[in-house]
Design a protein around this ligand. Structure first.
Ligand code: FAD
Length: 386
């Protein structure tokens, strides 16, 4: 049990959930922790190797059923996200984008042929997927997207660009959202289709152990069966985001736990003024407040996970979790950084890396402000988005 789990929240987990968590914790200890500082520094991550390894363990699309997916509970999936993000938010992003965005879109809205063709390969980590919604000029407001898909005979022709797309430069397939005469529709786009180019975005100061790219769509001709038949309107991509946000509610707790455990270990061994840092009341006040916030975040995640497993989780509830847990995880990471003093800014410790990563997590899948507006609308019945 982690020393941070003050409330024995682990006891609320089933045996199976604990076992899945232990397996993911082990793979993170073996395959991520020893290397991630180097990946972060170089900006190079062996995403394909990791995807295959995660695929073997059933972590890709693990909460989906059929087509080679594990069919785990939402809580088990959340715990996997937590353990992955205790390693690095970028590594968790690889799994989230694959399973909750790209695979989920095909699983929920795809034709039987699309599912048969893509899902088993994606579950195995043999095909990497990406999810293209954000554009250079349209982020929080995807309804105003400029990417267009027009019919040409039986074919579709896509034109436009997508920005900040996780996995795009290494993906075999993209789920791309575009405006049509009938509103927003989703397309399954093999990334080697003529007219598709994916350029890696450099100079990221955050999520450096994750590949992020820009997709240019230059008169990309697709057959009629590239359309996701069930995805009609913006609510389709938004439903995928709700899936992924649930993983983030848990994942952010992983990054925060790693920071807290690091700060605790550091504070008990580092001595100043003749006593360990942990012996100072001011340090204990910090640690106590941070651990209380972490436990509140865990309670929130368990409640949302149980609602998801009961089929009753609503988007505004996920917004409560995403807003709170990422905001608090970032506050925890920043405060833990102070406990490590100068070592807190060193890549030899994971804390600053987590803090920097959480800046991206705060922004993607809906910024804090957007989740405040979702919750505000739920409370008041008034939309304040525009
Ligand atoms: C590392 C990384 C990976 C990503 N991966 C993906 C991906 O795989 N697929 C994908 O589609 N996207 C991805 N994104 C994009 C991400 O989802 C967007 O960055 C996010 O939605 C915000 O859009 P924006 O950056 O254009 O900011 P903007 O929408 O321009 O917002 C800028 C600021 O204005 C605020 N703001 C905007 N509207 C309002 C309003 N109505 N009221 C109050 N404040 C407002 C925002 O909260 C924010 O603080 C990724 C981003 C990052 C950083």
């Amino acid at each position: 049990m982690s020393p941070v789990d003050l409330l024995d929240l682990d006891s609320s987990l089933s045996e199976e959930e604990r076992q899945i968590r232990a397996v993911v914790r082990q793979v993170v200890d073996d395959r991520v922790r020893p290397y991630v500082a180097g990946w972060y520094e170089s900006g190079q991550v062996p995403a394909r190797e990791l995807a295959r390894e995660f695929g073997k363990l059933g972590l890709l699309g693990m909460h989906l059923t059929g087509y080679g997916c594990a069919g785990s509970s939402a809580v088990a999936y959340g715990l996997a996200c937590l353990e992955l993000e205790a390693g690095d938010s970028g590594v968790r992003s690889l799994v989230s984008v694959q399973g909750s965005l790209a695979m989920y879109a095909v699983w929920r809205y795809g034709s039987e042929e699309q599912k048969q063709h893509w899902l088993p390969a994606m579950a195995a980590g043999e095909a990497i997927g990406c999810f293209g919604l954000t554009e250079p000029d349209h982020g929080s407001d995807p309804a105003s997207m400029a990417t267009r898909a027009r019919r040409d005979g039986d074919d579709w022709v896509l034109t436009g660009s997508k920005m900040w797309i996780t996995n795009a430069p290494i993906a075999e397939v993209g789920v791309v959202w575009a405006r049509t005469d009938d509103g927003v529709r989703g397309f399954v786009v093999p990334m080697d289709t003529s007219g598709v180019t994916a350029r890696e975005i450099g100079r990221k100061m955050s999520l450096r152990a994750s590949v992020t790219g820009e997709i240019a769509l230059d008169d990309v001709r697709l057959p009629a069966d590239a359309l996701l038949p069930g995805a009609i309107g913006l609510k389709a991509p938004l439903s995928c985001l709700t899936e992924a946000r649930h993983g983030i509610v848990w994942g952010a707790l992983g990054a925060a736990r790693d920071c807290l455990e690091t700060a605790l270990a550091y504070a008990t061994t580092r001595t100043q003024f003749g006593r360990p840092l942990a012996g100072f009341q001011l340090t204990q006040a910090k640690l106590a407040d941070l651990a209380v916030e972490w436990n509140k975040g865990y309670l929130l995640a368990v409640q949302l996970g149980r609602l998801a497993d009961a089929g009753r989780l609503r988007p505004a509830q996920v917004s409560v979790g995403k807003l709170n847990n990422v905001r608090e995880a970032l506050a925890i990471a920043r405060q833990c950084r102070t406990i490590l003093g100068a070592n807190g800014v060193s890549g030899d410790y994971p804390v600053m890396r987590h803090a920097n990563n959480l800046e991206s997590v705060l922004t993607y899948e809906g910024t804090s402000e957007i989740h405040q507006l979702v919750i505000g609308q739920q409370l008041t019945g008034i939309s304040a988005f525009t």
